[in-house]
Design a protein around this ligand. Structure first.
Ligand code: PEP
Ligand code: MN
Length: 260
């Protein structure tokens, strides 16, 4: 697997397991800095939070945009955490790249080849989410757009695919982990929150992905999920996350990996 240097302190290597956590969306200074401090205390080094949000319905909360990026930067200053946030289109790419330590490419943009080509010019760590209608081979092809200018700081994210099954929001494809490991040199980060759709399913999916050999997790955590402006049902409370974090550490100890 390639080594991914995220910042001066964090480097994802074969013997490490990367934990990314934070709210679906950045909503306010109190929300993002409050949850960042709590997550940092638990041991999390990478904070997630959407500032530009890809919402299915235009009436839904669209994110705070640049103000959200500024709040993420404040959270980084306050805690020393690295930040990951989604870039949705080419116009906002230079701005998002100024703030983010890791650029997140959302499921809906996994095959936005013009955007991928533009992102390939930035020498930044990238989290490429799998399109929910894409095969593993299509995901790998998308990663080749990102590496076309030599950037190898690529992480895949399996976040669930559309199947005939309707009892969860998406179907988490755990098989993608060994297949991606066999076919590529990039780490695989499991997002259990979006396939679960409700918070009681997040932990089993997270533990399953961890045991199946994922290189990390990205989990939505909100200080008060009932008040969240997006993905309210699936976000974990901090105590729920803390409980999960302990189990993830234990599974990784068995696998010979350290959680970073
Ligand atoms: C997210 O992680 O905030 C998100 C929108 O996920 P996805 O692109 O996988 O739907
Ligand atoms: Mn979300």
């Amino acid at each position: 697997m390639v080594d991914i240097k995220i910042n001066d302190e964090i480097r994802l290597t074969d013997d490490k397991f990367l934990m990314i956590a934070g709210p679906c969306s950045v909503e306010s200074e109190e929300q993002i800095i409050g949850v960042a401090r709590q997550l940092r205390k638990i041991g999390v080094n990478v904070l997630r939070g959407g500032a530009f949000k890809p919402r299915t319905c235009p009436d839904s909360f669209q994110g705070l945009g640049e103000d959200g990026l500024k709040l993420l930067a404040k959270a980084r200053d306050a805690t020393g955490m690295a930040i990951i946030t989604e870039v949705m289109d080419m116009d906002e790419l230079p701005l998002v790249a100024e703030y983010a330590d890791i650029l997140q490419i959302g499921s809906r943009n996994s095959q936005n080849f013009s955007l991928l080509k533009k992102i390939s010019r930035y020498d930044k760590p990238v989290l490429l989410k799998r399109g929910f209608g894409n095969t593993v081979d299509e995901l790998i092809s998308s990663s080749k757009y990102l590496s076309m200018n030599g950037n190898k700081k690529i992480m895949f994210s399996e976040r669930g695919i559309r199947t005939f099954e309707q009892s969860t929001r998406f179907t988490l494809d755990i098989s993608a982990i060994p297949v991606l490991h066999e076919k590529t040199e990039y780490p695989v980060i499991i997002d259990p929150s979006h396939p679960a759709g409700v918070n009681r399913y997040v932990e089993p999916l997270a533990l399953g992905g961890t045991a199946a050999g994922a290189d990390g997790l990205m989990i939505e955590v909100h200080p008060d999920p009932s008040k969240a402006l997006s993905d309210s049902a699936q976000q974990l409370t901090v105590p729920q996350f803390q409980n999960l974090y302990t189990k993830v550490k234990n599974i990784n100890a068995v696998l010979g990996k350290t959680v970073i």
